[in-house]
Write a protein that binds this ligand. Structure first.
Ligand code: NAD
Length: 447
């Protein structure tokens, strides 16, 4: 609950359960799913699941808010809405996955098939439990937010997915997560989480069976505000960029670069905007920000705040707990930072932003790219030439111009540098969920 008390208890899966889930998933692939299930059937089942989610939207949103601490409104209008969009989008693809016929020579027919990989593992974090489709899935939810994925498994069962197609395990990373990453019969693992754990997943995949790995990892995204930006809108977007979902967003615009000429005015308005954020019960109307997800995450954020203070940065706003119980942290703004500080370089994953002054395009591109991350970036300017030139030079998988944190089911999403490997969403993601087989047919049998 928001006061830190227990909501409920769930079973803890073990590595043995991963073996059972993989066996069930493999059986489904070999009998009722995989190449045995036509695309039209897969589309129909996914659409049924999406429709059930629409029917249960309020319930799923409430579970999310209870589990994660995010507001009911955001869970409803963003997370669950987006999850439904994604499932519907891929339902549309299910019967449109085709290979190519290729010209080789006149005696031959050569073509490709895009076949399911088989059993794929999904390891999820706790901020946006994503949903994947296609092959048979062994999914581990986060130990902090296991509830929605359990409800989703029940809805998938109700939609009519054959047994074994979707297997949900609730458990810890170092046991269940590690067993998925190292499993010899899982041929692909999609991991969403921190860069630190992503590295471990990749190592385990390499050591076990060289399974394909896609990684959606952390970020320290730059949010660049030029002096000709629509100031009011840039302030609103920037506040949304860092404070949305309590700063617990991989895309959070946590480094806010503001051009020198408007720095003071921006900071004044941005501070007012941050001060107006209403913290409280995620279920109460008007609440913008609930508690952080856990004591561990609360402590981690407070440790970053302490490190910023110690390193000599100025706490311009917040920097402390809200209220006396629960894991609430006031929206926090740091100024007077230097590039080497941990609060400038490392992902905090909380409502903590740094506001940094820059002189010109060259200066901001250099500062913004000075990070190991490359997940996303945002640029604010009324001069579209300048905005696009800058967006193109920022090393990130997503660049937003005059907006931030916009995700769509049909638009690829993923990271440059240590923010990840591969792309989720859109047509691009399909490539990570199929094997391509090239078939060569020799008509006249002759050498
Ligand atoms: P985390 O890396 O601590 O945990 C993610 C998942 O990995 C959890 O299910 C955890 O149990 C599991 N895990 C832990 N140790 C493991 C191991 N040794 N082997 C296999 N699995 C293991 O991340 P988190 O704190 O839950 O989530 C926040 C992080 O996720 C942030 O860094 C955030 O940026 C990132 N994230 C990225 C995206 C994206 O799309 N790029 C989306 C959401 C979150």
């Amino acid at each position: 609950m928001t006061d830190g008390s227990l909501i409920t208890k769930v079973s803890e899966a073990t590595a043995k359960d991963v073996d059972l889930a993989v066996a069930a998933a493999q059986k489904a692939v070999d009998t009722t799913w995989g190449l045995n299930a036509p695309g039209t059937l897969r589309a129909e089942l996914l659409n049924k699941l999406a429709n059930l989610m629409v029917q249960h939207k309020g319930e799923l949103s409430a579970i999310e808010a209870l589990d994660n601490g995010k507001t009911f409104g955001w869970a409803h209008d963003t997370d669950v809405t987006f999850a439904i969009d994604v499932i519907k989008y891929y339902a549309g693809w299910a019967d449109k996955i085709t290979g190519q016929t290729l010209e080789t020579d006149e005696r031959k027919l050569t073509y490709t098939r895009h076949e399911p990989i088989g059993v794929v593992g999904q390891i999820l974090p706790w901020n946006f439990p994503p949903l994947a489709t296609g092959n048979a899935i062994v999914l581990k939810s986060s130990e902090f937010t296991p509830l929605t994925s359990l409800r989703m498994a029940a809805l998938a069962h109700e939609a009519g997915f054959p047994p074994g197609v979707l297997n949900v395990l609730t458990g810890y990373g170092n046991t269940v997560g590690a067993a998925i990453a190292a499993h010899p019969h899982i041929e692909k693992v999609a991991f969403t989480g921190s860069t630190l754990v992503g590295r471990k997943v990749m190592e385990a995949a390499a050591r076990s069976n060289l399974k394909e790995v896609t990684l959606e990892l952390g970020g320290k995204s730059p949010n660049v505000v030029f002096d000709d930006a629509d100031l009011e809108q840039a302030v609103n977007w920037s506040a949304h960029g860092i404070f949305w979902n309590h700063g617990q967003a991989c895309t959070a615009g946590s480094r806010i670069f503001v051009q020198a000429g408007i720095y003071d005015e921006f900071l004044k308005r941005f501070t007012e905007r941050a001060r107006a954020i209403k913290l409280g019960d995620p279920f109460a109307a008007g609440t913008d920000q609930g508690p952080q997800v856990s004591q561990i995450q609360y402590d981690r954020i407070m440790d970053y705040i302490a490190s910023g203070k110690k390193a000599g940065a100025t706490v311009h706003l917040g920097g402390d707990r809200f209220g006396t119980e629960g894991y609430f942290i006031n929206p926090t703004i740091f100024t007077d930072t230097t590039p080497d500080m941990r609060i400038v370089q490392e992902e905090i994953f909380g409502p903590v932003g740094v506001v940094i002054k820059f002189e010109d395009e060259e200066d901001v591109i250099k500062q913004a790219n000075d990070t190991m991350y490359g997940l996303a970036a945002a640029v604010f300017s009324k001069d579209l030439n300048r905005a696009l030139k800058t967006a193109h030079k920022l090393r990130a998988g997503t660049a937003w111009v005059n907006c931030i944190n916009q995700l769509h089911a049909n638009v690829p999403f993923g990271g440059y540098k240590q923010s990840g490997i591969g792309r989720e969403l859109g047509e691009y993601a399909l490539h990570h969920y199929t094997h391509v087989k090239a078939v060569h047919v020799n008509f006249d049998h002759k050498m």
